[in-house]
Design a protein around this ligand. Structure first.
Ligand code: PLP
Length: 473
């Protein structure tokens, strides 16, 4: 419920549990049963009944496929489609369940205050969190997005949100500005006591909240077990995961899955042109002092990857003092360099990046070769996998984590396939995408077509707190 610690640090499990159910056994389970087996070893404060209740409310008909997280083979890799939820991005996997976990936790703790979810979004978290918390009694949700840094569909999804307990604000800045502003509010003790007097308590739906990460561990096990069940891999065979990365939440969940016993060969961290993580894994130096680039994969346009803090903690031998020094250096100087010992512990990671050109080429080439259309974020990962293969020649079975539906980025996706699509208007492109891919237009897209714009507030990055206080009267 707390989101962030009082000092502004992130919560981590005291010890990572080992999943001791045989993978063969897990592979006979559906998504909900798998989620229960994995999550109960992490979220030990919940009873089995509470957890089962949260899971059954989260992973239901909101998803447009029974499998919840299906795998699809295209080219030389398996694509784990995590975009079958309400807002057609992988954020739904965690944000469908987070509100239920939070309400359950609030009840258990006798919480009397209204919970106010403060969210910074690079585009996808915003709508997924709004969808999860809209009209949930006892909660309000405030979302800050970079007003010129999200796709048309992403923006429309957010500003047409109907929930009565929602506030959506466009910030004149980038995602890092939004995230920094939100983190500042969390660690502002004066603000916290002022709003507490009015009966509110802040919490976070960003992946800085451990309640976001734990549900993401599930689909790594589920993907592995699906391959096992299909006979693609043998029991205990190690596989690769390629993860299109921004705030480092998704790939950190993969790392936790590996440490909990999932047989993983390499975790391949894919960046777009904001390649701060590529540089970090290759040099040991994290340096955010660089130009922020707006790309066609906006959910990965991030220079401060918050969840890396949790990885740094793990490889520093869980040394909180050391960890704080790195984070302090990041805050003050915009950079830090880890020791060689620590870097050695990162050998399970490989990092690559894709330029805008690589990304577009990948979308077009995969479509031409297989008929499968992927979104820009997934294409960054697929292109990074090509680079990995070229460099390492490793033939292990590989899962590319597909984080969004191509419909969410129809403009960029279609003009990658054919330059002449650039002339077409958004909804015409969406129909054309449906025609060429044979995939019906998802409800998340068709329903915004004629929806009324309900949220028009915009602000400067230093005015975020004022707006929050004005809203919480
Ligand atoms: C959020 C997001 C990412 C990045 O995930 P992180 O957990 O922030 O690394 C990648 N792709 C899409 C489509 C996203 O919405």
């Amino acid at each position: 419920m707390k989101g962030l610690s009082d000092e502004g640090g992130l919560f981590v499990p005291e010890t990572l549990p080992k999943i001791d159910i045989p993978l063969r056994e897990l592979s006979e389970m559906d998504y909900r049963e798998t989620a229960f087996c994995i999550m109960r070893s992490f979220l030990t404060d919940f009873t089995d009944d509470e957890l089962k209740d949260c899971i059954s409310k989260a992973y239901d008909e909101k998803f447009d496929t029974d499998g919840i997280a299906p795998l699809r083979k295209a080219g030389n890799a398996w694509y784990l489609e995590l975009f079958h939820g309400k807002t057609i991005a992988f954020k739904d996997m965690a944000l469908s369940i987070l509100p239920h976990l939070m309400i359950t936790a609030a009840k258990k703790n006798g919480e009397k205050n209204e919970i106010v979810i403060l969210t910074a979004t690079s585009g996808d978290t915003g709508k997924a969190a709004l969808a999860g918390f809209a009209d949930v009694p006892g909660t309000r949700i405030i979302v800050f997005y970079p007003k010129d840094g999200v796709s048309h569909v992403q923006k429309m999804q957010m500003v047409t949100e109907k929930g009565k307990n929602t506030l959506v604000i466009g910030v004149n800045g980038n995602f890092d500005d939004c995230q920094t502003g939100v983190k500042k509010m969390f660690s502002d003790m004066d603000l916290r006591s002022r709003i507490l007097e009015k009966g509110y308590r802040f919490s976070s739906a960003n992946s800085i909240n451990i309640g976001r990460l734990v549900p993401q561990i599930v689909y790594y096990f589920y993907a592995y077990c699906s391959l096992l069940k299909k006979g693609v891999i043998k029991d205990k065979e190690k596989i690769n995961f390629v993860v299109p990365t921004g705030n480092f939440g998704n790939i950190l969940a993969a790392y936790y899955a590996m440490n909990a016993g999932l047989p993983v060969n390499k975790l391949i961290c894919a960046s777009n042109e904001n390649k701060v993580l590529f540089d970090f894994f290759n040099t040991g130096s994290y340096d955010r002092n660089r130009e922020f680039i707006l790309t066609s994969s906006p959910s990965m346009d991030i220079l401060i990857s918050s969840n890396l803090e949790r990885l740094i903690y793990a490889v520093s031998g869980e040394d909180a003092v050391k960890n704080t020094a790195f984070m302090e250096s990041l805050r003050a100087e915009g950079e830090y360099r880890i020791t060689d010992d620590m870097k050695e512990k990162l050998n399970c990671f490989k990092a690559f990046y894709a330029s805008e050109r690589d990304t577009a080429d990948k979308i077009r080439n995969l479509y031409k070769a297989s008929g499968y259309v992927i979104d820009t974020h997934t294409a960054v990962a697929a292109s990074a996998y090509d680079s990995y293969l070229k460099e390492c020649g490793d033939m292990s079975v590989t899962v590319i984590v597909s984080t969004a539906s191509p419909y969410k980025f129809a403009g960029s996706v279609m003009s990658s396939i054919d330059g002449s699509y650039g002339e077409m208007e958004d909804f015409a492109l969406i129909d054309e995408l449906s025609r060429i891919s044979g995939v019906p237009v998802p409800k998340a897209v068709s329903e915004i077509k004629d929806a009324e714009i309900l949220h028009k507030t915009e602000c400067e990055k230093d005015k975020m707190m004022e707006l929050v206080e004005a809203y919480l009267t």
